[in-house]
Design a protein around this ligand. Structure first.
Ligand SMILES: *Cc1c(COP(=O)(O)O)cnc(C)c1O
Length: 420
């Protein structure tokens, strides 16, 4: 469900026609719908309504824009952060420290100090080595860090290999079979309060089965840990629920079904549950608006060359991801085309042999479902400045990140004296 619809033959974001944004800001530009984000936050919370005071900690890495964080803060969401930078963004957006979870496999001592100083809900630790470092850092500061271990349940998430995280060969978490020993070690260390268990098996999951299997293993672990004398009061079930990208593909499980499964599996856990949805909240709340530069004949199908490229939206080149491509003012014509950007790589391909609206030079197109893992992954490859972001809220809209200018790219470099 999103708020991008044709009205009078023109694609709108909520009440704002997309051509008006293209004209004012230029293209390419990301456009976000605040109403869609709010809706998804509410749908997810409603799906968890039967649980006792769950914490929904939005995975900031999906879209860290300050305006996005402000919308979600007002919906009562917390934050799941994976770096000191994300922690600072979440705090700058006014998210309360007790709603922030710190995840990530490579936390540094400096990041640990920053977050201990500012406060948090819990650290999700990913190794005994990390626990030892945090113990030293926390003791030095005279603090006690609330911690969980992220366990690796060894399940295949069934998602793209680059975004699957819960198999034994992945870098994430501690093997679940070694967890009891890891908690014993953590309890023996000063400055740590082992009080939770965490799991996150991957992203864009389109089946509940691997999630359920991982959660059942976590339930068994909680029982084992309690037998060993640990006071486990929180369980973080991560994120990962998939969203529809291709309208022809089967729909991923709904938040409602997910919520029912969680309620069933966790019924006797007696913990506070934490969730870390990212894509589910913001994925369908964004589009990348682009203009066709020209259409060039191809060996089989023509190339529609647009002014957005792989540096702006990496998902197709990185994950072979599929994004729906629609005309902003469809004329009722259709074509089969390859949609590509201007970057000098064959990887700069958004779609191959795609059945799509007829497109000509100067037309506006959107890549849909570009609210998550999109603007935040952009680079300046080919000296293309970072794309601006716009947020729409009803009939209002605002630039929430300015277009970078090439001057600032050039100025950031330094020429050493001996070359000047
Ligand atoms: C990326 C990530 C998430 C969010 O995943 P989504 O698929 O966007 O819901 C949650 N938790 C952790 C630890 C992550 O790394």
């Amino acid at each position: 469900m999103d708020h991008f619809h044709l009205k009078g033959g023109v694609l709108h974001c909520e009440d704002v026609p997309l051509p008006a944004i293209a004209e004012a800001v230029g293209t390419p530009v990301y456009v976000y719908s605040a109403a869609t984000m709010r809706r998804h936050a509410r749908v997810f919370r409603e799906a968890l309504a039967g649980l006792d005071d769950p914490l929904v900690a939005y995975a900031v890495k999906a879209n860290p824009n300050a305006a996005v964080l402000a919308v979600l803060r007002d919906e009562g969401l917390g934050a799941d952060v994976v770096s000191g930078g994300e922690y600072r963004r979440a705090r700058a957006a006014g998210i309360a420290p007790e709603k922030i979870v710190f995840s990530g496999v490579g936390k540094t001592a400096e990041e640990m100090r920053l977050v201990l100083d500012g406060g948090l809900c819990q650290f999700n630790l990913e190794s005994v080595e990390e626990a030892e470092m945090l113990s030293a850092v926390a003791s030095n500061m005279g603090r006690t860090a609330p911690v969980a271990f992220r366990v690796n349940p060894d399940v295949e998430a069934g998602s793209h290999a680059k975004i699957s995280t819960g198999a034994a060969h992945n870098k994430f978490g501690i093997p679940i079979g070694e967890a009891v020993a890891a908690y014993a070690r953590a309890r023996s260390l000063p400055g740590l309060d082992p009080q939770g268990v965490a799991v996150h098996i991957g992203s864009q999951l389109t089946s509940l089965a691997p999630l359920e299997s991982a959660f059942r293993k976590v339930g068994e672990l909680i029982a084992d840990l309690r037998k060993a004398g640990h006071d486990i009061v929180k369980a973080d079930l991560g994120g990962g629920l998939g969203i529809p990208y291709d309208p022809e593909a089967p729909l991923p499980p709904s938040p409602e079904l997910y919520g029912r499964m969680v309620a069933d599996v966790t019924a006797d856990w007696n913990v506070r549950l934490i969730f870390e949805p990212g894509r589910l909240i913001v994925g369908n709340a964004g589009v990348l608006l682009t203009e066709v530069i020209r259409v060039k004949p191809g060996a089989t199908d023509p190339f529609v060359i647009v002014d957005a490229a792989m540096n702006d939206l990496m998902r197709p080149s990185l994950y072979d991801a599929w994004h729906a491509i629609d005309a902003v003012t469809p004329k009722g014509t259709h074509m089969t085309a390859n949609v590509v950007g201007p970057v000098c790589e064959t990887g700069d391909t958004f779609a191959t042999a795609r059945e799509m609206d007829g497109a000509r030079a100067g037309d506006l197109l959107v890549f849909r479902t570009a609210g998550a893992y999109a603007a935040t992954m952009a680079s300046t490859y080919n000296s293309r400045p970072l794309t601006p972001e716009v947020m729409v809220d009803g009939g209002r809209w605002a630039v929430v990140r300015e277009r970078q200018d090439v001057e600032s790219l050039i100025r950031a470099d330094r020429i050493p004296d001996w070359l000047a």
